[in-house]
Design a protein around this ligand. Sequence first.
Ligand code: FPP
Length: 245
Amino acid sequence: MISKEQLTNNIPQHVAIIMDGNGRWAKQKGLFRAAGHENGTKAVREAVEGCAELGVKYLTLYAFSTENWNRPKLEVETLMKLLVKSLKKEIDTLHKNNIKLNAIGNLDLLPAKAKKELLEVIEKTQGNSHMTLTLALSYGSREELIKTIQEISIKVKNSVISPHSINEAVINEHLYTKTLPDVDLLIRTSGEQRISNFLLWQIAYAELYFTEILWPDFKQPDLFEAIYNYQQRERRFGKTSEQLS
Ligand code: FPP
Protein backbone atom coordinates (compact mmCIF):
# COMPACT_ATOMS: atom_id res chain seq x y z
CA MET A 1 0.00 0.00 0.00
CA ILE A 2 1.30 3.45 -0.94
CA SER A 3 1.53 5.95 1.89
CA LYS A 4 1.11 9.70 1.62
CA GLU A 5 4.78 10.19 2.56
CA GLN A 6 5.92 8.30 -0.56
CA LEU A 7 4.22 10.79 -2.85
CA THR A 8 5.91 14.09 -2.00
CA ASN A 9 7.46 14.88 -5.39
CA ASN A 10 5.65 15.46 -8.67
CA ILE A 11 2.14 15.83 -7.29
CA PRO A 12 -0.28 16.44 -10.21
CA GLN A 13 -1.49 20.03 -10.17
CA HIS A 14 -4.95 19.17 -11.51
CA VAL A 15 -6.73 15.87 -10.83
CA ALA A 16 -10.12 15.19 -12.43
CA ILE A 17 -12.33 12.24 -11.48
CA ILE A 18 -15.19 10.47 -13.24
CA MET A 19 -16.94 9.04 -10.17
CA ASP A 20 -18.60 5.95 -11.60
CA GLY A 21 -20.18 2.82 -10.15
CA ASN A 22 -22.58 4.08 -7.46
CA GLY A 23 -25.48 2.14 -8.97
CA ARG A 24 -23.55 -1.12 -9.31
CA TRP A 25 -22.22 -0.76 -5.75
CA ALA A 26 -25.79 -0.52 -4.46
CA LYS A 27 -27.00 -3.39 -6.62
CA GLN A 28 -24.22 -5.67 -5.37
CA LYS A 29 -25.42 -4.99 -1.84
CA GLY A 30 -29.11 -5.38 -2.65
CA LEU A 31 -29.74 -1.69 -1.96
CA PHE A 32 -31.52 1.07 -3.87
CA ARG A 33 -29.38 3.16 -6.24
CA ALA A 34 -29.86 6.12 -3.88
CA ALA A 35 -27.77 4.29 -1.26
CA GLY A 36 -24.95 4.10 -3.81
CA HIS A 37 -25.06 7.85 -4.36
CA GLU A 38 -25.29 8.51 -0.61
CA ASN A 39 -22.16 6.43 -0.05
CA GLY A 40 -20.62 8.13 -3.06
CA THR A 41 -20.68 11.39 -1.11
CA LYS A 42 -18.46 9.78 1.55
CA ALA A 43 -15.95 8.91 -1.17
CA VAL A 44 -16.12 12.53 -2.35
CA ARG A 45 -15.06 13.61 1.14
CA GLU A 46 -12.14 11.13 1.12
CA ALA A 47 -10.94 12.34 -2.27
CA VAL A 48 -11.19 16.01 -1.31
CA GLU A 49 -9.30 15.48 1.96
CA GLY A 50 -6.70 13.25 0.32
CA CYS A 51 -6.00 15.68 -2.51
CA ALA A 52 -5.87 18.66 -0.14
CA GLU A 53 -3.38 16.85 2.11
CA LEU A 54 -1.13 15.92 -0.81
CA GLY A 55 -1.06 19.45 -2.16
CA VAL A 56 -3.11 18.91 -5.33
CA LYS A 57 -4.12 22.47 -6.27
CA TYR A 58 -7.17 21.64 -8.42
CA LEU A 59 -9.61 18.77 -8.03
CA THR A 60 -12.50 18.50 -10.50
CA LEU A 61 -15.32 16.01 -9.94
CA TYR A 62 -17.85 14.90 -12.56
CA ALA A 63 -20.93 15.00 -10.33
CA PHE A 64 -23.73 15.31 -12.92
CA SER A 65 -23.51 15.28 -16.70
CA THR A 66 -25.81 16.87 -19.28
CA GLU A 67 -26.77 13.27 -20.17
CA ASN A 68 -27.67 12.47 -16.53
CA TRP A 69 -30.82 14.63 -16.94
CA ASN A 70 -32.20 11.67 -18.91
CA ARG A 71 -32.16 9.38 -15.85
CA PRO A 72 -35.46 8.56 -14.09
CA LYS A 73 -36.97 11.67 -12.48
CA LEU A 74 -36.70 10.20 -8.99
CA GLU A 75 -32.97 9.52 -9.36
CA VAL A 76 -32.34 13.05 -10.66
CA GLU A 77 -34.23 14.44 -7.66
CA THR A 78 -32.24 12.23 -5.29
CA LEU A 79 -28.95 13.46 -6.75
CA MET A 80 -30.02 17.10 -6.53
CA LYS A 81 -31.15 16.64 -2.90
CA LEU A 82 -27.85 14.96 -2.08
CA LEU A 83 -26.01 17.88 -3.61
CA VAL A 84 -27.91 20.38 -1.42
CA LYS A 85 -27.43 18.21 1.69
CA SER A 86 -23.69 17.77 1.04
CA LEU A 87 -23.14 21.46 0.39
CA LYS A 88 -24.92 22.40 3.62
CA LYS A 89 -22.97 19.77 5.55
CA GLU A 90 -19.54 20.53 4.10
CA ILE A 91 -19.51 24.30 3.80
CA ASP A 92 -17.74 24.87 7.13
CA THR A 93 -15.20 22.10 6.58
CA LEU A 94 -14.37 23.40 3.10
CA HIS A 95 -13.93 26.90 4.46
CA LYS A 96 -11.86 25.80 7.47
CA ASN A 97 -9.55 23.86 5.18
CA ASN A 98 -9.06 26.88 2.92
CA ILE A 99 -10.73 25.14 -0.04
CA LYS A 100 -12.40 27.19 -2.72
CA LEU A 101 -15.53 25.77 -4.33
CA ASN A 102 -16.11 26.29 -8.04
CA ALA A 103 -18.65 24.85 -10.48
CA ILE A 104 -18.67 24.24 -14.22
CA GLY A 105 -21.63 23.41 -16.44
CA ASN A 106 -24.98 24.83 -17.39
CA LEU A 107 -25.94 25.79 -13.83
CA ASP A 108 -29.16 27.50 -14.98
CA LEU A 109 -30.64 24.03 -15.48
CA LEU A 110 -30.21 23.11 -11.80
CA PRO A 111 -33.25 23.30 -9.50
CA ALA A 112 -33.43 26.77 -7.87
CA LYS A 113 -32.60 25.43 -4.41
CA ALA A 114 -29.51 23.55 -5.58
CA LYS A 115 -28.27 26.53 -7.58
CA LYS A 116 -28.80 28.89 -4.64
CA GLU A 117 -26.96 26.61 -2.19
CA LEU A 118 -24.13 26.12 -4.66
CA LEU A 119 -23.68 29.83 -5.32
CA GLU A 120 -23.69 30.52 -1.57
CA VAL A 121 -20.84 28.07 -0.94
CA ILE A 122 -18.93 29.40 -3.96
CA GLU A 123 -19.34 32.96 -2.65
CA LYS A 124 -18.34 32.05 0.93
CA THR A 125 -15.20 30.18 -0.14
CA GLN A 126 -14.07 32.35 -3.05
CA GLY A 127 -11.13 33.86 -1.14
CA ASN A 128 -9.67 30.44 -0.21
CA SER A 129 -6.41 29.38 -1.76
CA HIS A 130 -5.19 25.95 -0.62
CA MET A 131 -7.13 23.98 -3.24
CA THR A 132 -9.89 24.63 -5.78
CA LEU A 133 -12.62 22.00 -5.78
CA THR A 134 -14.65 22.17 -8.97
CA LEU A 135 -17.96 20.35 -9.29
CA ALA A 136 -19.02 19.59 -12.85
CA LEU A 137 -22.79 19.87 -12.67
CA SER A 138 -25.07 19.69 -15.66
CA TYR A 139 -21.77 19.61 -17.49
CA GLY A 140 -21.05 18.27 -20.96
CA SER A 141 -17.90 18.97 -22.90
CA ARG A 142 -19.69 19.25 -26.25
CA GLU A 143 -22.18 21.75 -24.79
CA GLU A 144 -19.21 23.72 -23.42
CA LEU A 145 -17.49 23.72 -26.83
CA ILE A 146 -20.69 24.78 -28.62
CA LYS A 147 -21.12 27.67 -26.15
CA THR A 148 -17.47 28.63 -26.69
CA ILE A 149 -17.77 28.61 -30.48
CA GLN A 150 -20.96 30.66 -30.32
CA GLU A 151 -19.38 33.30 -28.05
CA ILE A 152 -16.25 33.56 -30.19
CA SER A 153 -18.33 33.74 -33.41
CA ILE A 154 -20.29 36.68 -32.02
CA LYS A 155 -17.03 38.47 -31.19
CA VAL A 156 -15.74 37.83 -34.71
CA LYS A 157 -19.02 39.05 -36.22
CA ASN A 158 -18.81 42.25 -34.15
CA SER A 159 -15.13 42.68 -35.11
CA VAL A 160 -14.01 42.38 -31.46
CA ILE A 161 -11.47 39.77 -32.58
CA SER A 162 -10.23 38.64 -35.98
CA PRO A 163 -10.60 34.97 -37.03
CA HIS A 164 -6.80 34.72 -37.32
CA SER A 165 -6.25 35.70 -33.71
CA ILE A 166 -8.20 32.67 -32.45
CA ASN A 167 -5.71 30.46 -30.66
CA GLU A 168 -5.64 28.07 -27.68
CA ALA A 169 -5.63 30.94 -25.19
CA VAL A 170 -8.73 32.53 -26.77
CA ILE A 171 -10.57 29.20 -26.62
CA ASN A 172 -9.48 28.60 -23.01
CA GLU A 173 -10.84 32.01 -22.00
CA HIS A 174 -14.33 31.03 -23.19
CA LEU A 175 -14.54 27.61 -21.55
CA TYR A 176 -16.28 27.01 -18.20
CA THR A 177 -12.80 26.00 -17.02
CA LYS A 178 -11.18 29.34 -17.86
CA THR A 179 -9.67 29.69 -14.37
CA LEU A 180 -8.31 26.12 -14.28
CA PRO A 181 -5.08 24.70 -15.73
CA ASP A 182 -5.13 21.65 -18.03
CA VAL A 183 -5.86 18.32 -16.33
CA ASP A 184 -2.75 16.31 -15.39
CA LEU A 185 -4.41 13.13 -14.17
CA LEU A 186 -7.87 11.82 -15.05
CA ILE A 187 -9.19 8.98 -12.90
CA ARG A 188 -12.27 6.88 -13.73
CA THR A 189 -13.60 4.29 -11.32
CA SER A 190 -15.76 1.19 -11.90
CA GLY A 191 -13.84 -0.42 -14.75
CA GLU A 192 -15.34 1.61 -17.60
CA GLN A 193 -12.66 2.97 -19.92
CA ARG A 194 -14.23 5.96 -21.61
CA ILE A 195 -14.36 9.74 -21.24
CA SER A 196 -18.15 10.27 -21.40
CA ASN A 197 -18.11 13.88 -22.62
CA PHE A 198 -15.89 15.12 -19.76
CA LEU A 199 -13.32 17.90 -20.31
CA LEU A 200 -12.46 16.80 -23.87
CA TRP A 201 -10.34 19.88 -24.61
CA GLN A 202 -8.76 20.05 -21.15
CA ILE A 203 -7.48 16.43 -21.05
CA ALA A 204 -5.46 16.72 -24.26
CA TYR A 205 -2.26 15.77 -22.38
CA ALA A 206 -3.70 14.21 -19.23
CA GLU A 207 -2.55 10.83 -17.99
CA LEU A 208 -5.52 8.46 -17.83
CA TYR A 209 -6.00 6.06 -14.91
CA PHE A 210 -8.76 3.46 -14.84
CA THR A 211 -9.58 1.32 -11.83
CA GLU A 212 -12.11 -1.47 -11.27
CA ILE A 213 -13.02 -0.08 -7.84
CA LEU A 214 -16.58 1.23 -7.64
CA TRP A 215 -16.78 4.88 -6.58
CA PRO A 216 -18.23 4.40 -3.06
CA ASP A 217 -15.31 2.02 -2.32
CA PHE A 218 -12.65 4.42 -3.63
CA LYS A 219 -10.73 5.38 -0.48
CA GLN A 220 -7.58 7.38 0.18
CA PRO A 221 -5.17 4.44 -0.39
CA ASP A 222 -6.78 4.03 -3.84
CA LEU A 223 -6.24 7.71 -4.57
CA PHE A 224 -2.62 7.44 -3.43
CA GLU A 225 -2.17 4.40 -5.69
CA ALA A 226 -3.49 6.38 -8.67
CA ILE A 227 -1.12 9.26 -7.95
CA TYR A 228 1.83 6.89 -7.46
CA ASN A 229 0.99 5.31 -10.81
CA TYR A 230 0.92 8.80 -12.40
CA GLN A 231 4.33 9.58 -10.91
CA GLN A 232 5.90 6.55 -12.63
CA ARG A 233 4.95 7.84 -16.07
CA GLU A 234 7.05 9.94 -18.38
CA ARG A 235 5.06 12.85 -19.77
CA ARG A 236 6.69 13.81 -23.02
CA PHE A 237 4.16 16.28 -24.46
CA GLY A 238 5.20 15.21 -27.96
CA LYS A 239 8.95 15.46 -27.29
CA THR A 240 11.45 12.58 -27.14
CA SER A 241 12.68 11.05 -23.90
CA GLU A 242 16.19 12.40 -24.61
CA GLN A 243 14.91 15.95 -25.02
CA LEU A 244 13.36 15.77 -21.56
CA SER A 245 16.57 14.73 -19.80
C1 FPP B 1 -22.07 7.54 -11.30
O1 FPP B 1 -22.54 6.32 -10.79
C2 FPP B 1 -22.29 8.65 -10.41
C3 FPP B 1 -23.10 9.73 -10.65
C4 FPP B 1 -23.88 9.88 -11.87
C5 FPP B 1 -23.26 10.80 -9.69
C6 FPP B 1 -22.08 11.10 -8.81
C7 FPP B 1 -22.62 11.65 -7.57
C8 FPP B 1 -22.12 11.46 -6.33
C9 FPP B 1 -20.86 10.75 -6.07
C10 FPP B 1 -22.85 11.94 -5.15
C11 FPP B 1 -23.09 13.41 -5.06
C12 FPP B 1 -21.92 14.26 -5.36
C13 FPP B 1 -21.60 15.39 -4.72
C14 FPP B 1 -20.47 16.20 -5.25
C15 FPP B 1 -22.28 15.85 -3.52
P1 FPP B 1 -23.68 5.59 -11.60
O2 FPP B 1 -24.98 5.95 -10.98
O3 FPP B 1 -23.56 5.89 -13.05
O4 FPP B 1 -23.32 4.08 -11.31
P2 FPP B 1 -23.56 2.83 -12.26
O5 FPP B 1 -22.82 3.10 -13.54
O6 FPP B 1 -22.97 1.71 -11.48
O7 FPP B 1 -25.04 2.71 -12.45
